[in-house]
Design a protein around this ligand. Structure first.
Ligand SMILES: *Cc1c(COP(=O)(O)O)cnc(C)c1O
Length: 469
């Protein structure tokens, strides 16, 4: 499988290189040159497979030529064996023909584990074959950092540096990062905000001299392997609800458009998905596009669903690329307009094409809490605020009551006690057994000033299993 850039100017890469690449050299994002397409018979034959075996069948075409079948099978079995529920991604029924796909049974209790548990193992596999080491640098406001650290903690060929804004992440989120101890794991609390952290990651990619030749790898949501891993659970859910003989609809709590883009790909690979709902919080750039064909930046609003607090959706470019007939020059020009501070609209027929599949809703904090309370009262299920936004959008936007509606349950409610308390449904639930002693565990973290030179010096002093590069 070869991968091409959405801006048309970067060289095509194979899977192995795309795994190690961040942005393409032309500023675009990598997408498969040709998407695999499965027949209805083939999809039907996968019903009832264990999660890791389904994952092998869905993802195999994407890694062909880079990872041997036997190795890939073993990696997938290990990856999804690390989840705390035997079904890996269980479906829970809320109401008539309404479901939540629980994607929070991984080590850090959010759906990001599905991709990052796999990414860490794939990186280590490829790097040991090549005899190379890499450094990962990432910025996090919460979920991504812990999932990335959990995913890489066993990697022999990776040192990971995760920056979070000092005193500005919740205690559960901080402890989920800082209590994972290992000589290749480095938590940095930056005396600044999330944007400062992200800027320093960007600046480090732009000028890598401090790494003395060691390759720098990105694990943010533009990494292709993350999207790839998320395609699987759409198949997993739909097969249980009667696909491919009948269609299924999904509602997806959305920030950077990574998770829902995976659903779009699943549909293009042959899965009968009749509707995809983009559920956003008050940071609603995607809702404004889907409802009014305006893609315009707004200021950032902090909400009760912080993992969706974004101003720009980085993976949206991948959808735009398809909507424009995969014309890289057109995307480069749109993105240029956007970068100059202008918003944009796309031509009417392209927007109409998108709207055949996508609907959207922006849900504010009040409605989020209302939905948590409503669902709790109806069936005793306690939703996290991100999932609640998905359920709200599912209820308001669904096109057909006859089609099963699945909301992606993106996080466990224990991660977001503030929203649960505001919803007035009592105490947040207890931490699951593997995290029960989280508040007693030893933490390891270095506080550093908001200063690029000092951060980079720290990385180069500790980037080789804690020793200097
Ligand atoms: C990251 C995250 C999202 C948003 O996913 P995107 O792929 O960025 O759209 C939603 N909910 C939770 C809990 C998350 O951690």
């Amino acid at each position: 499988m070869r991968y091409i850039s959405t801006r048309g100017q970067a060289p095509a890469l194979n899977f192995e290189d795309v795994l190690l690449a961040g942005l393409a050299s032309d500023g675009g994002l990598y997408v498969p040159e040709n998407l695999p397409r499965f027949t209805q018979e083939e999809i039907a034959s996968w019903a009832g497979l264990p999660y890791h075996e389904l994952a092998f069948r869905v993802m195999r075409p994407f890694v062909t030529g880079s990872i041997a079948d036997a190795d890939f099978k073993k990696i997938l079995e290990e990856t999804y064996g690390a989840f705390a529920h035997n079904a890996v991604a269980p479906l829970r029924q809320l109401n008539g023909n309404e479901w939540v796909l629980e994607l929070f049974h991984g080590p850090t209790l959010a759906f990001k584990d599905f991709a990052l548990q796999l990414l860490g193992r794939l990186l280590d596999h490829v790097l040991s074959k090549r005899g190379e080491r890499v450094v990962i640098m990432g910025a996090t406001s919460g979920d991504t950092g812990s999932a990335a650290i959990e995913g890489c903690k066993a990697c022999e060929h990776v040192d990971i540096f995760i920056m979070h804004p000092h005193n500005r992440v919740s205690e559960v989120q901080r402890r989920q990062m800082t209590t994972i101890l290992g000589e290749n794991i480095h938590n940095i609390a930056v005396e600044g905000n999330f944007d400062d952290c992200q800027e320093m990651v960007k600046a480090s990619f732009a000028d890598q001299g401090f790494l003395k030749g060691t390759r720098l790898v990105a694990v943010n949501s533009i990494n292709w392997a993350r999207i790839m891993a998320q395609i699987v659970y759409y198949f997993h859910a739909a097969l249980q609800l009667g696909a491919p003989a009948r269609s299924v609809a999904f509602s997806v709590p959305t920030g950077n458009f990574g998770d829902i883009f995976a659903g779009y790909l699943a549909r293009n690979m042959g899965l009968p998905i009749s509707q995809l709902i983009v559920a956003t919080n008050r940071n609603d750039i995607l809702h404004r596009f889907m409802s009014g064909n305006q893609y315009v930046k707004d200021t950032l609003h902090p909400t009760l669903s912080p993992s969706m607090d974004i101003m720009v959706s980085s993976n949206f470019e991948r959808l735009l690329f398809d909507l424009h007939g995969r014309n890289g020059a057109a995307i480069a020009s749109l993105m240029d307009t956007f970068k100059q501070g202008g918003g944009f609209s796309v031509e009417e027929d392209r927007w109409t094409e998108a709207r055949k599949l996508f609907d959207s809703l922006a849900v504010d904090d009040v409605a989020t809490c209302e939905t948590i309370a409503e669902v709790y009262k109806e069936c005793g299920e306690l939703l996290d605020p991100h999932t609640a936004i998905g359920v709200r959008a599912a209820r308001e936007c669904r096109r057909s009551l006859a089609t099963p509606m699945v909301t992606l349950g993106t996080a466990h409610p224990v991660k977001f006690p503030e929203a649960v308390e505001k919803a007035g449904v009592g105490q947040a639930p207890a931490l699951p057994p593997h995290l029960a002693d989280l508040f007693q565990r030893e933490e390891r973290c270095t506080v550093l000033p908001n200063d690029l030179k000092q951060i980079q010096a720290f990385v180069s002093q500790h980037g080789n299993r804690g020793k200097p590069l």
